[in-house]
Structures are given as structure tokens and as C-alpha cells.
Write a protein that binds this ligand. Structure first.
Ligand code: LLH
Ligand code: MG
Length: 382
């Protein structure tokens, strides 16, 4: 069994979302956008698929490295990419590694006719979801005031969500961040949803120690469930300082580089109460499962960052808490349910009890809409 090709299909779709200069997404008027699908082609007549990935990096780095390899040797391939290629050739970041790793897991699942969570060791088939909002903005009818967050939270509860996480205002908004305004939004949401709904805050990631401590103490008064990434995650000493002073669980690291080794450091230094990681931040399902087991060994909770098929399959196999799936991002002017026209059904269907059902279809569990992809494929010049 061997890999005979790595293809990257590029196709067009209509997007209603755009990223600001800091990388945060916001609703936008409909416009053409590009999506990619990384395909690991094998000589078994079964392929592995994962949406995302750069065609340039796949062609230049991934394909030459994978040709002839056994697609079931995921650990060997992950170690090869990490140790041999990532350091020496640049460009192969954790997100790209994650796409390649997930495509190989998808192959394994399709080949063995099992969902990835069952190959990893099944633990659950549904998971509690929180509604995660987009960052604050200055749009009309948007998330532009604390009161707007309160109204939107009420709407989310009416839709059936039983837990909510706020992302508040961040640069490049000129007057942001503003600790008092963040707290005001949290207060408005607490008042809107009542005392019993678990609420979390993921605010600006560059507050100083005193600002973070002020917000954390206010969140304790508002009975918030966790406080996520309020400071630069490279500064572990500040997180040790903050976690020691607060009762509310501090959550991190999410975006700090360093995969399992960064998380090991945060655990032994007690820099966070709940560790964070997702397939994109860790470099795939293979390394994320190492983080799961690391946290289990230390008796620390792990909350998965972000949504999508890969994170869901890991949640299906995670035996440690791991309570939530991050569903979103949501905004009053944005229809989350229609964001993946290249799939025949949403990957994270949510029921009225706020539980997402993890696909038990083979591999990543996606029903790919091949007609949509074919109709919209952008032909390459090569
Ligand atoms: O603005 C965004 O896109 C979010 O901040 C994003 O990074 C989100 O994935 C996150 O932090 N979730 O926890
Ligand atoms: Mg976050």
C-alpha cells in the first residue's frame, strides 16, 4: 500500500465572511472566495480528503515527501514532517501539517470503513456544544455594544444553546481593547440569560497582568465558567501569576507555538487550570491525541479549540474532560449553518439540548458534495 499522489483541488464559493487585519472573522457582503481540498491518493483505490491546505506547499513540500510512503504510517510521517522538514524548509506550519495528517486519518477511516473516533478508541457519540460568538465590531445591528451581546445571547438561548462564549472587541478597532467594556458585555449577557447558563470569555490576547486580573475578578462575580487567553501566551510567567490569583479557571495555551511541548510546560508550571489545543494548533489529530494523553496523565482538563470534523473526531475519542465542542463563530448577521456549501450536510449538527452529534461515517465523516466542487473548480495553469 502506498501514496501515489497528493492533489490540491481549488474551488470557488460565495463567502459572507471576511477577516480583519488581526485575522478575526466578521460578516461581510457576499463575495467570491477560494477553498481547497487536499487529497492523498493511494494505490488502494481509496483516497484521504481534508478541506484546506496550500496548493503551493502541497506541491513543493508535501507531495515529494509522501510519494511511496504507506498512508497508514501516520506517526512515522508526522515525525518526518516535524523533525526533518518543518525546521529546514519553512512553510510547513502546524495548520498545514494538520491538513495532511487529517487527510491520512480520513484515508484510514475510509479504507477500514470506520469513523476516526472509533479507530482512536471510541468514548462518546455526542458532545455538549457552546455557541462561540465572533469578535466585537462597530457594525450596524452587529456586536457593537454590551447590550447587543445581551440581545444576541438571548437569541442563542432561544435557538437551544445552553452555554455561550463571547469574543469581545479587539484591535484593529481603534478604541479596543477596553477591559471595562468587556466586563460590561459579560454583565449584559449574564443578565440576559440568567444565573445558570455556563458563560466563558475569550477577550483581547494582549492585556497586561493588572487588566487581566481586573477582568478575571469581575468574571468571578458574574459566575463565569472560564477565562480564556487574556494575555500574550509567550509570557508563561504572567499566566502563572494570574492563575494563582484567580479562582475562575484560566484557559490556555491556544495559539502559542510548540505543540505538546508548550502544553507540557504550561502544565508543570501551573500556568492554566484548563489546557487548550485543537487540530490546527497542534499539527493534526496525531499530535492532538498526544496532548489529550498528556493532560490525562497530569489530571488536567483539556478544552478543544475550534470546530470542524477533525476536532469532533478527537472529542469522540477523548476520555478526559473535554466537556465542550466550540460551535461557531456566530453573529447576528451571519448564517453559520450555510458556511460549507461543499458538504452535503453540516459536519456538526446540533440538537435542541445543545449537543452536537459526532459523525459515525467513515474517516472524518464528511459527505462531500462532489457536484458542487466540480462545478466550481478553478483550473490550474499548469
Ligand atoms: O476571531 C476569531 O476568529 C476567534 O478569536 C478565533 O481565534 C477563535 O477560533 C478562538 O479563539 N476560539 O477560541
Ligand atoms: Mg480562543
Amino acid at each position: 500500500m502506498k501514496i501515489v499522489d497528493v492533489e490540491t483541488i481549488v474551488f470557488k464559493y460565495r463567502s459572507r465572511r471576511q477577516h480583519d487585519l488581526a485575522g478575526h472573522s466578521h460578516p461581510a457582503p457576499g463575495h467570491d472566495a477560494l477553498q481547497t481540498l487536499t487529497v492523498v491518493v493511494t494505490d488502494e483505490g481509496v483516497n484521504g480528503y481534508c478541506f484546506g491546505g496550500s496548493k503551493e506547499i502541497n506541491d513543493r513540500i508535501v507531495k515529494p515527501a509522501l510519494l511511496g510512503k504507506n498512508p497508514l504510517d501516520r506517526e512515522k510521517i508526522w515525525q518526518m514532517f516535524y523533525r526533518r522538514l518543518q525546521a529546514s524548509r519553512g512553510g510547513l506550519n502546524d495548520r498545514q501539517l494538520a491538513i495532511v495528517d487529517m487527510a491520512m486519518w480520513d484515508f484510514a477511516g475510509r479504507y477500514l470503513n470506520q469513523p476516526i473516533c472509533k479507530l482512536l478508541g471510541g468514548y462518546r457519540e455526542k458532545v455538549w456544544a457552546y455557541a462561540s460568538t465572533m469578535c466585537g465590531d462597530e457594525m450596524e445591528e452587529g456586536l457593537n455594544t454590551p447590550e447587543a451581546y445581551g440581545r444576541f445571547a438571548e437569541q442563542l438561548i432561544k435557538q437551544g444553546y445552553t452555554a455561550i462564549k463571547l469574543h469581545t472587541w479587539m484591535p484593529p478597532i481603534e478604541w479596543a481593547p477596553d477591559p471595562k467594556r468587556d466586563v460590561a458585555a459579560c454583565r449584559a449577557v449574564r443578565e440576559a440569560v440568567g444565573d445558570d447558563v455556563p458563560l466563558m470569555l475569550d477577550c483581547y490576547h494582549g492585556y497586561n497582568r493588572e487588566q487581566a486580573l481586573y477582568i478575571g475578578r469581575e468574571l468571578e462575580k458574574l459566575n463565569f465558567y472560564w477565562f480564556e487567553e487574556p494575555m500574550d501566551e509567550h509570557n508563561i510567567a504572567s499566566y502563572v501569576w494570574l492563575a494563582d490569583k484567580l479562582d475562575i479557571p484560566v484557559v490556555g495555551p491556544e495559539t502559542a507555538e510548540g505543540k505538546i511541548w508548550t502544553r507540557a510546560e504550561w502544565i508543570v508550571r501551573e500556568a492554566a487550570d484548563i489546557i487548550r489545543g485543537g487540530v490546527g494548533d497542534n499539527g493534526g489529530i496525531t499530535p492532538l491525541m498526544k496532548t489529550v494523553h498528556l493532560c490525562e496523565a497530569f489530571g488536567v482538563r483539556l478544552e478543544i479549540h475550534g470546530g470542524g470534523a477533525g476536532n469532533l473526531q478527537v472529542l469522540g475519542a477523548m476520555g478526559i474532560p473535554g466537556e465542550f465542542y466550540e460551535r461557531g463563530l456566530f453573529h447576528p448577521n451571519y448564517d453559520y449553518e450555510s458556511v460549507t456549501p461543499w458538504l452535503k450536510e453540516v459536519i456538526d449538527p446540533v440538537d435542541r439540548q445543545s449537543h452536537v452529534h459526532i459523525s459515525q461515517k467513515p474517516g472524518l465523516g464528511m459527505e462531500i458534495d462532489w457536484d458542487f466542487i466540480e462545478e466550481n473548480t478553478v483550473k490550474s495553469n499548469k
